[in-house]
Ligand binder design. Sequence first.
Ligand code: ATP
Ligand code: MG
Ligand code: FE
Length: 336
Amino acid sequence: ELILAFESSCDETSVAVVENGNKILSNIIATQIKSHQRFGGVVPEVASRHHVEQITLVTDAALKEAGVTYTDLTAVAVTYGPGLVGALLIGVTAAKTIAYAHHLPLIPVNHMAGHIYAARFVKPLTYPLLALAVSGGHTELVYMKAAGEFEIIGDTRDDAAGEAYDKVGRILGIPYPAGKEVDRLAHLGHDTFHFPRAMDKEDNLDFSFSGLKSAVINTVHHADQIGETLSREDLAASFQAAVVDVLVHKTQKALTNYPVKQLIVAGGVAANQGLKEAMNEALAVHFPDVDVIVPPLRLTGDNGAMIGAAAHIELAKRHLASENLNADPGLSFAHA
Ligand code: ATP
Ligand code: MG
Ligand code: FE
Protein backbone atom coordinates (compact mmCIF):
# COMPACT_ATOMS: atom_id res chain seq x y z
CA GLU A 1 0.00 0.00 0.00
CA LEU A 2 1.44 3.36 -1.06
CA ILE A 3 -0.18 6.62 0.04
CA LEU A 4 0.69 10.06 -1.33
CA ALA A 5 -0.02 12.43 1.56
CA PHE A 6 -0.48 16.22 1.54
CA GLU A 7 -0.08 18.68 4.42
CA SER A 8 -0.64 22.43 3.99
CA SER A 9 -2.58 23.51 7.10
CA CYS A 10 -0.19 26.24 8.22
CA ASP A 11 3.26 27.33 7.10
CA GLU A 12 4.77 24.07 5.82
CA THR A 13 4.02 22.69 2.38
CA SER A 14 4.72 18.99 2.69
CA VAL A 15 4.12 15.91 0.57
CA ALA A 16 5.14 12.37 1.50
CA VAL A 17 4.97 8.86 0.14
CA VAL A 18 4.23 6.39 2.94
CA GLU A 19 4.19 2.61 2.66
CA ASN A 20 1.75 0.65 4.84
CA GLY A 21 1.33 3.60 7.21
CA ASN A 22 4.67 3.07 8.93
CA LYS A 23 7.45 3.38 6.38
CA ILE A 24 8.53 6.72 4.93
CA LEU A 25 9.68 6.56 1.30
CA SER A 26 9.85 10.34 1.07
CA ASN A 27 8.78 13.30 3.20
CA ILE A 28 9.51 16.64 1.52
CA ILE A 29 8.92 19.70 3.70
CA ALA A 30 9.07 23.23 2.27
CA THR A 31 8.89 25.66 5.15
CA GLN A 32 7.84 29.29 4.76
CA ILE A 33 9.20 30.44 8.11
CA LYS A 34 11.51 33.07 6.57
CA SER A 35 8.58 34.80 4.84
CA HIS A 36 6.55 35.08 8.05
CA GLN A 37 9.36 35.98 10.45
CA ARG A 38 9.32 39.72 9.80
CA PHE A 39 5.62 39.78 10.69
CA GLY A 40 6.22 37.88 13.96
CA GLY A 41 3.80 35.12 13.04
CA VAL A 42 2.04 33.36 10.18
CA VAL A 43 0.24 35.70 7.75
CA PRO A 44 -2.58 33.66 6.17
CA GLU A 45 -2.46 35.31 2.72
CA VAL A 46 1.30 34.91 2.52
CA ALA A 47 0.95 31.26 3.54
CA SER A 48 -1.61 30.49 0.82
CA ARG A 49 0.51 32.09 -1.87
CA HIS A 50 3.57 30.08 -0.86
CA HIS A 51 1.56 26.85 -0.83
CA VAL A 52 0.37 27.55 -4.38
CA GLU A 53 3.94 28.17 -5.52
CA GLN A 54 5.37 25.12 -3.78
CA ILE A 55 2.77 22.37 -4.01
CA THR A 56 3.60 21.03 -7.47
CA LEU A 57 7.36 21.20 -6.90
CA VAL A 58 7.06 19.44 -3.55
CA THR A 59 4.75 16.76 -5.00
CA ASP A 60 7.16 16.02 -7.84
CA ALA A 61 10.08 15.88 -5.40
CA ALA A 62 8.21 13.47 -3.11
CA LEU A 63 7.39 11.07 -5.96
CA LYS A 64 10.93 11.30 -7.32
CA GLU A 65 12.62 10.68 -3.99
CA ALA A 66 10.32 7.71 -3.31
CA GLY A 67 11.05 6.38 -6.79
CA VAL A 68 7.37 5.93 -7.61
CA THR A 69 4.88 7.28 -10.14
CA TYR A 70 1.14 8.02 -9.85
CA THR A 71 0.30 4.55 -11.20
CA ASP A 72 2.06 2.90 -8.22
CA LEU A 73 -0.15 4.68 -5.68
CA THR A 74 -2.96 3.09 -3.65
CA ALA A 75 -4.55 6.34 -2.46
CA VAL A 76 -4.13 10.06 -1.95
CA ALA A 77 -4.49 11.61 1.53
CA VAL A 78 -4.80 15.21 2.66
CA THR A 79 -5.14 17.33 5.79
CA TYR A 80 -8.57 19.03 5.50
CA GLY A 81 -8.52 20.68 8.97
CA PRO A 82 -7.93 22.15 11.44
CA GLY A 83 -5.79 25.02 10.13
CA LEU A 84 -5.88 28.15 8.00
CA VAL A 85 -8.66 27.82 5.46
CA GLY A 86 -6.76 29.32 2.52
CA ALA A 87 -3.72 27.19 3.28
CA LEU A 88 -5.74 23.99 3.69
CA LEU A 89 -7.53 24.59 0.40
CA ILE A 90 -4.30 24.38 -1.59
CA GLY A 91 -3.51 20.89 -0.33
CA VAL A 92 -7.13 19.76 -0.61
CA THR A 93 -7.37 20.98 -4.20
CA ALA A 94 -4.09 19.33 -5.20
CA ALA A 95 -5.05 16.02 -3.58
CA LYS A 96 -8.54 16.04 -5.11
CA THR A 97 -7.14 16.78 -8.55
CA ILE A 98 -4.60 13.95 -8.40
CA ALA A 99 -7.13 11.48 -6.95
CA TYR A 100 -9.63 12.34 -9.68
CA ALA A 101 -7.12 12.28 -12.54
CA HIS A 102 -5.61 8.94 -11.50
CA HIS A 103 -8.80 7.25 -10.21
CA LEU A 104 -7.45 6.94 -6.67
CA PRO A 105 -9.38 6.93 -3.40
CA LEU A 106 -9.14 10.23 -1.47
CA ILE A 107 -8.56 10.01 2.28
CA PRO A 108 -9.45 13.03 4.46
CA VAL A 109 -7.16 13.44 7.48
CA ASN A 110 -7.45 15.46 10.67
CA HIS A 111 -4.16 17.36 11.22
CA MET A 112 -4.05 16.58 14.96
CA ALA A 113 -4.66 12.88 14.32
CA GLY A 114 -1.65 13.12 12.00
CA HIS A 115 0.51 14.59 14.77
CA ILE A 116 -0.46 11.68 17.06
CA TYR A 117 -0.01 8.94 14.45
CA ALA A 118 3.53 10.19 13.68
CA ALA A 119 4.36 7.88 16.59
CA ARG A 120 3.61 4.90 14.30
CA PHE A 121 6.97 5.54 12.63
CA VAL A 122 8.64 4.85 15.99
CA LYS A 123 6.85 1.62 16.90
CA PRO A 124 3.49 -0.15 16.59
CA LEU A 125 0.79 1.41 18.76
CA THR A 126 -1.12 -0.59 21.37
CA TYR A 127 -4.52 0.53 22.59
CA PRO A 128 -5.81 2.00 24.74
CA LEU A 129 -3.22 4.78 24.76
CA LEU A 130 -2.89 8.39 25.83
CA ALA A 131 -1.53 11.24 23.71
CA LEU A 132 -0.35 14.63 24.87
CA ALA A 133 -0.75 16.75 21.74
CA VAL A 134 1.21 19.99 22.15
CA SER A 135 1.56 22.25 19.14
CA GLY A 136 1.23 25.80 17.87
CA GLY A 137 -2.55 25.78 18.09
CA HIS A 138 -3.42 22.90 20.42
CA THR A 139 -2.70 21.54 23.89
CA GLU A 140 -4.78 18.42 24.46
CA LEU A 141 -4.75 15.19 26.37
CA VAL A 142 -6.34 12.59 24.11
CA TYR A 143 -7.52 9.14 25.19
CA MET A 144 -7.64 6.58 22.39
CA LYS A 145 -9.60 3.45 23.23
CA ALA A 146 -8.81 2.08 19.77
CA ALA A 147 -7.30 3.20 16.49
CA GLY A 148 -9.36 6.05 15.05
CA GLU A 149 -11.17 6.81 18.34
CA PHE A 150 -10.21 10.10 19.93
CA GLU A 151 -11.59 11.39 23.22
CA ILE A 152 -10.31 14.77 24.40
CA ILE A 153 -10.00 14.44 28.18
CA GLY A 154 -8.01 17.65 28.72
CA ASP A 155 -7.70 20.87 26.76
CA THR A 156 -6.29 24.39 27.06
CA ARG A 157 -8.66 27.09 28.29
CA ASP A 158 -6.74 29.79 26.42
CA ASP A 159 -3.31 29.75 24.71
CA ALA A 160 -1.73 26.61 23.28
CA ALA A 161 1.70 25.64 24.63
CA GLY A 162 3.47 26.43 21.34
CA GLU A 163 1.67 29.76 21.12
CA ALA A 164 2.92 30.65 24.62
CA TYR A 165 6.47 29.73 23.56
CA ASP A 166 6.21 31.96 20.51
CA LYS A 167 4.81 34.93 22.47
CA VAL A 168 7.35 34.64 25.27
CA GLY A 169 10.07 34.26 22.63
CA ARG A 170 8.95 37.52 21.09
CA ILE A 171 9.44 39.45 24.34
CA LEU A 172 12.92 37.86 24.59
CA GLY A 173 13.69 39.10 21.07
CA ILE A 174 13.60 35.69 19.41
CA PRO A 175 12.16 35.43 15.89
CA TYR A 176 9.08 33.29 15.16
CA PRO A 177 8.77 30.37 15.76
CA ALA A 178 10.62 30.73 19.05
CA GLY A 179 10.14 27.34 20.71
CA LYS A 180 13.45 25.81 19.76
CA GLU A 181 15.51 28.85 20.80
CA VAL A 182 13.63 29.31 24.11
CA ASP A 183 14.30 25.62 24.79
CA ARG A 184 18.03 26.15 24.10
CA LEU A 185 18.22 29.25 26.34
CA ALA A 186 16.30 27.44 29.08
CA HIS A 187 19.04 24.86 29.33
CA LEU A 188 21.55 27.64 30.03
CA GLY A 189 19.53 29.20 32.86
CA HIS A 190 17.75 28.42 36.12
CA ASP A 191 14.19 28.67 37.42
CA THR A 192 14.80 31.80 39.48
CA PHE A 193 11.46 33.53 38.85
CA HIS A 194 9.04 30.79 39.96
CA PHE A 195 6.25 31.80 37.62
CA PRO A 196 2.71 30.50 38.38
CA ARG A 197 1.77 26.92 37.46
CA ALA A 198 -1.82 27.59 36.41
CA MET A 199 -4.43 24.93 37.20
CA ASP A 200 -1.70 22.57 38.36
CA LYS A 201 -3.50 21.67 41.58
CA GLU A 202 -7.01 21.74 40.16
CA ASP A 203 -8.85 18.47 39.87
CA ASN A 204 -9.21 18.43 36.07
CA LEU A 205 -7.03 17.71 33.06
CA ASP A 206 -7.20 21.18 31.52
CA PHE A 207 -4.43 23.69 30.89
CA SER A 208 -4.04 27.46 30.87
CA PHE A 209 -0.97 29.28 29.62
CA SER A 210 -2.06 32.89 29.12
CA GLY A 211 -1.46 33.84 32.78
CA LEU A 212 2.05 32.44 32.60
CA LYS A 213 2.71 34.30 29.36
CA SER A 214 1.48 37.56 30.95
CA ALA A 215 3.62 36.96 34.04
CA VAL A 216 6.75 36.69 31.89
CA ILE A 217 5.82 39.77 29.85
CA ASN A 218 5.02 41.83 32.97
CA THR A 219 8.28 40.80 34.62
CA VAL A 220 10.27 41.94 31.57
CA HIS A 221 8.32 45.22 31.23
CA HIS A 222 8.73 46.02 34.92
CA ALA A 223 12.49 45.41 34.72
CA ASP A 224 12.67 47.66 31.63
CA GLN A 225 10.88 50.45 33.50
CA ILE A 226 13.34 50.46 36.39
CA GLY A 227 16.28 50.10 34.03
CA GLU A 228 17.17 46.59 35.12
CA THR A 229 18.33 43.88 32.72
CA LEU A 230 17.17 40.36 33.45
CA SER A 231 18.88 37.16 32.39
CA ARG A 232 17.19 35.86 29.24
CA GLU A 233 18.45 32.41 30.12
CA ASP A 234 16.80 32.51 33.55
CA LEU A 235 13.57 33.93 32.10
CA ALA A 236 13.48 31.13 29.51
CA ALA A 237 14.36 28.50 32.11
CA SER A 238 11.69 29.78 34.50
CA PHE A 239 9.02 29.91 31.78
CA GLN A 240 9.93 26.46 30.50
CA ALA A 241 9.96 24.98 34.01
CA ALA A 242 6.39 26.22 34.55
CA VAL A 243 5.13 24.86 31.21
CA VAL A 244 6.85 21.51 31.64
CA ASP A 245 5.70 21.10 35.27
CA VAL A 246 2.07 21.55 34.29
CA LEU A 247 2.29 19.32 31.20
CA VAL A 248 3.98 16.53 33.15
CA HIS A 249 1.69 16.77 36.19
CA LYS A 250 -1.50 16.78 34.13
CA THR A 251 -0.24 13.85 32.08
CA GLN A 252 0.43 11.91 35.29
CA LYS A 253 -3.08 12.73 36.49
CA ALA A 254 -4.46 11.51 33.17
CA LEU A 255 -2.46 8.27 33.42
CA THR A 256 -3.93 7.69 36.89
CA ASN A 257 -7.49 8.09 35.61
CA TYR A 258 -6.91 6.32 32.29
CA PRO A 259 -4.48 3.42 32.72
CA VAL A 260 -2.59 2.74 29.48
CA LYS A 261 0.70 1.21 28.37
CA GLN A 262 1.75 3.90 25.89
CA LEU A 263 1.98 7.68 26.10
CA ILE A 264 2.55 9.57 22.86
CA VAL A 265 3.90 13.11 23.05
CA ALA A 266 2.93 14.72 19.74
CA GLY A 267 3.08 18.05 17.88
CA GLY A 268 5.73 20.72 17.44
CA VAL A 269 6.32 21.24 21.18
CA ALA A 270 7.11 17.51 21.55
CA ALA A 271 10.52 18.52 20.16
CA ASN A 272 11.16 20.28 23.48
CA GLN A 273 14.19 18.81 25.20
CA GLY A 274 13.11 19.92 28.68
CA LEU A 275 9.69 18.33 28.24
CA LYS A 276 11.13 15.04 26.99
CA GLU A 277 13.59 14.82 29.87
CA ALA A 278 11.04 15.69 32.56
CA MET A 279 8.35 13.39 31.14
CA ASN A 280 10.71 10.43 30.87
CA GLU A 281 12.05 11.00 34.38
CA ALA A 282 8.66 11.40 36.03
CA LEU A 283 7.09 8.41 34.29
CA ALA A 284 10.11 6.18 34.94
CA VAL A 285 9.49 6.76 38.65
CA HIS A 286 5.70 6.89 38.89
CA PHE A 287 4.53 4.89 35.85
CA PRO A 288 7.38 2.49 35.03
CA ASP A 289 5.07 0.34 32.87
CA VAL A 290 4.18 3.21 30.56
CA ASP A 291 6.21 3.51 27.37
CA VAL A 292 6.79 7.16 26.37
CA ILE A 293 6.88 7.62 22.59
CA VAL A 294 8.17 10.88 21.15
CA PRO A 295 8.57 10.99 17.36
CA PRO A 296 11.95 12.18 16.02
CA LEU A 297 12.41 15.91 15.32
CA ARG A 298 11.50 15.87 11.64
CA LEU A 299 8.16 14.23 12.50
CA THR A 300 7.03 16.38 15.45
CA GLY A 301 6.56 19.53 13.35
CA ASP A 302 4.11 19.63 10.43
CA ASN A 303 4.90 17.07 7.73
CA GLY A 304 3.20 14.94 5.11
CA ALA A 305 4.45 11.60 6.47
CA MET A 306 2.32 11.88 9.61
CA ILE A 307 -0.71 12.45 7.37
CA GLY A 308 0.19 9.27 5.48
CA ALA A 309 0.37 7.37 8.79
CA ALA A 310 -3.08 8.59 9.80
CA ALA A 311 -4.46 7.89 6.33
CA HIS A 312 -3.47 4.23 6.59
CA ILE A 313 -5.87 3.85 9.57
CA GLU A 314 -8.64 5.75 7.76
CA LEU A 315 -8.21 3.68 4.59
CA ALA A 316 -8.51 0.44 6.59
CA LYS A 317 -11.84 1.77 7.91
CA ARG A 318 -12.83 2.88 4.39
CA HIS A 319 -13.27 6.46 5.61
CA LEU A 320 -13.01 8.07 2.18
CA ALA A 321 -13.91 11.51 0.89
CA SER A 322 -15.91 12.38 -2.19
CA GLU A 323 -14.67 14.79 -4.83
CA ASN A 324 -16.63 17.44 -2.91
CA LEU A 325 -14.24 17.39 0.04
CA ASN A 326 -13.85 20.86 1.47
CA ALA A 327 -11.38 22.39 3.92
CA ASP A 328 -12.71 22.56 7.49
CA PRO A 329 -10.59 25.13 9.41
CA GLY A 330 -12.25 24.35 12.76
CA LEU A 331 -12.29 20.55 12.40
CA SER A 332 -12.39 18.76 15.76
CA PHE A 333 -11.62 15.21 16.79
CA ALA A 334 -15.31 14.38 16.78
CA HIS A 335 -14.92 14.05 13.01
CA ALA A 336 -11.44 12.53 12.94
P1 ATP B 1 -1.40 22.90 15.10
O1 ATP B 1 -0.65 21.63 14.90
O2 ATP B 1 -1.98 23.05 16.48
O3 ATP B 1 -2.38 23.17 14.01
P2 ATP B 1 1.00 24.13 14.11
O4 ATP B 1 0.86 23.08 13.06
O5 ATP B 1 1.28 25.51 13.72
O6 ATP B 1 -0.32 24.09 15.03
P3 ATP B 1 3.25 22.63 14.92
O7 ATP B 1 3.90 22.79 13.61
O8 ATP B 1 2.80 21.28 15.33
O9 ATP B 1 2.08 23.67 15.13
O10 ATP B 1 4.26 23.16 16.03
C1 ATP B 1 4.83 24.43 15.92
C2 ATP B 1 5.03 24.96 17.31
O11 ATP B 1 6.01 24.15 18.00
C3 ATP B 1 5.54 26.39 17.35
O12 ATP B 1 4.74 27.11 18.28
C4 ATP B 1 6.98 26.24 17.85
O13 ATP B 1 7.46 27.35 18.59
C5 ATP B 1 6.87 25.02 18.73
N1 ATP B 1 8.15 24.36 18.95
C6 ATP B 1 9.00 23.83 18.02
N2 ATP B 1 10.11 23.36 18.62
C7 ATP B 1 9.96 23.57 19.96
C8 ATP B 1 10.76 23.31 21.12
N3 ATP B 1 11.96 22.71 21.04
N4 ATP B 1 10.26 23.69 22.32
C9 ATP B 1 9.06 24.27 22.42
N5 ATP B 1 8.26 24.56 21.38
C10 ATP B 1 8.71 24.20 20.16
MG1 MG C 1 4.59 25.32 11.19
FE1 FE D 1 0.71 21.05 13.43
